[in-house]
Write a protein that binds this ligand. Structure first.
Ligand code: GTP
Length: 499
């Protein structure tokens, strides 16, 4: 239905009721638009307007929300919208209070214009409305088609939950789903990380063959993708406003945000209207983030769309919570795995995990026909250190030895604490000769390292290369025998294992 078809024929003169709390603004309106009405009454407060309406009906209600304080009594205003006795409602709304629009729209059809407007623009808007009638702007697509599209968006968005083990993948899928919303040319999701760092989690624009937000990159538009609560556009861009303030933000013309560069970029990408929807937190406090939808044309929202907005924001909240739970459980699993595989004192692999890794490396060495060496070393006369300096100093020595060895090893080598003061190095791609060189480097490094609390220690080492058909147990026996020979040979030296 076109707006012309929706026009009502009104008996002249048209009576109007204008509401605004500021006297000068009421005078300005009377001056700019008074001539358009046969009778124009003005009210300074919502209750006063309600009383006037009760005393005498008006053909048109003009509710000007400019200069209303943030603490405006929205339910009372909504009641006025609901009680207008069939009279059309024109809402003049400053951009900063556009979050009030969706809840007012839910109380009956209304027209809105987002301010600020110059007096002549205001007159043109009011005249255009009076001329065209007040049938709500027709949605871009017929109602049935639109509902089918919204159901499709919801079902695609639900499918995105399958990716909710990772917040970025989930956000990407959800943004793609949101592009199915009639008229949406670009969709994005912002997430508040640990309550303070707002970041752009994902964005998606219509594919290149469609007009609209082709190639629109929000990171470039906003100047950054992280720490967005510190962005200079946090008071202007609806996605950021919604995430920061927790309320819906609607920009029905890019210029109205008062940021010329932002407006030019959005217009350059065919964006006419931007909607920011807060993603609610699971409990009280700041929202979890926001969804941001950009439209290729200005449009009114139907009740079904407003309800769908709520649904999608809830679904986004659910998906992000699932991703968070998944991350927490992975962290927990990581900590449990660490506890099960690492030695608590030194942080290197424990004996059991060392045996597992050894078997893995043996299989790899066989498959790729590469050499594998095992080095075993043991701190010399460690009992004396404990006895002379105490157990805590002994612990520090164990840690220092492990740290010193770890720094010398390649990333593919594995250091294992195989017993009290015994360690092993599993060295893939290493022959007996290279193993001997490595062992000598370890020996010299430990000897040259100052041990806190007890000056210096030395180590004895055994080296063995895995035989062609040899088992891990046999390799361990041979390397320990070599280590025992090094001890017998006077300690602080390296011995190569026999075949
Ligand atoms: N501080 C500390 N000592 C440990 C730990 N685990 C084992 N030990 C001690 O390490 C010492 C090992 O002594 P021995 O096996 O006799 O060997 P050693 O004194 O190093 O003599 P050699 O190996 O023959 O040179 C014992 O005194 C154990 O109590 C530990 O976690 N912390």
């Amino acid at each position: 239905m076109s707006q012309q078809e929706g026009a009502r024929t009104r008996p002249e003169p048209i009576s109007g009721l204008y509401l605004n709390p500021v006297g000068q603004r009421r005078l300005d309106f009377q001056q700019a638009c008074g001539a358009l009405f046969g009778k124009l009454r003005v009210a300074g407060g919502i209750e006063e307007a309600g009383a006037m309406l009760e005393a005498e009906a008006a053909d048109v209600l003009v509710l000007d929300l400019e200069r209303f304080e943030p603490g405006i009594d929205l339910p009372l205003l909504a009641d006025l919208v609901a009680r207008r006795e069939g009279a059309p409602v024109l809402l003049l709304c400053p951009f900063t209070n556009a979050r009030w629009l969706p809840s007012l729209m839910a109380h009956g059809p209304l027209h809105y214009v987002i301010g600020p407007l110059a007096p002549e623009q205001l007159r043109e808007e009011v005249a255009a409305r009076l001329h065209a009638g007040f049938a709500p702007a027709a949605p871009a697509t017929p109602a049935e088609e639109e509902l089918a599209a919204l159901l499709g968006v919801r079902s695609d968005a639900q499918q995105a939950l399958a990716e909710a083990d990772d917040s970025i993948r989930f956000a990407e899928r959800l943004c793609v789903a949101l592009l199915g919303w009639p008229g949406v040319v670009h969709a994005s999701m912002f997430q508040l990380r640990e309550g303070k760092d707002l970041r752009l989690e994902a964005q998606s624009g219509q594919p290149a063959f469609l007009p609209g937000a082709r190639g629109l990159d929000l990171t470039a538009v906003l100047g950054r993708g992280e720490r967005l609560l510190q962005s200079p556009l946090r008071h202007a861009f609806p996605g950021l406003l919604a995430a920061a303030g927790g309320e819906t933000a609607l920009l029905d013309a890019p210029e109205k945000a008062g940021e010329a560069e932002l407006a030019a970029t959005l217009r350059g990408h065919g964006v006419e209207m931007v909607l920011g929807l807060p993603i609610p937190a699971s409990g009280p406090g700041a929202p979890r983030g926001a969804l941001c939808l950009m439209f290729g044309e200005r449009r009114a929202f139907s009740q079904a769309q407003l309800a769908a907005c709520d649904d999608l924001a809830q679904l986004a909240a659910f998906g992000l919570r699932m991703a968070e739970l998944m991350r927490e459980s992975e962290e927990l699993l990581g900590r449990v795995t660490q506890l099960a595989t690492l030695d608590a004192l030194t942080g290197v692999a424990n004996r059991r995990h060392g045996e597992f890794l050894m078997e893995q490396e043996i299989r790899r060495a066989r498959r790729y026909r590469v050499p594998l060496a095992l080095i075993a070393f043991d701190i010399d006369r460690f009992r004396n250190i404990n006895d002379s300096f105490g157990h805590p100093v002994g612990d520090v020595v164990l840690r220092t030895v492990a740290d010193t060895a770890r720094l010398l090893l390649r990333s593919s080598d594995v250091l294992v604490r195989s017993g009290g003061e015994e360690f092993q190095v599993i060295a893939p791609h290493t022959s007996a000769i290279d193993g001997l060189k490595m062992a000598e480097k370890l020996r010299a490094a430990i000897e040259g390292t100052e041990m806190p609390g007890c000056d210096h220690v030395t180590i004895s080492l055994g080296v063995a290369q895995l035989g062609e058909t040899e088992s891990g147990d046999s390799l361990a026996v041979r390397v320990n025998a070599a280590l025992a020979r090094a001890k017998r040979a006077g300690r602080n030296c390296v011995e190569l294992a026999m075949q």
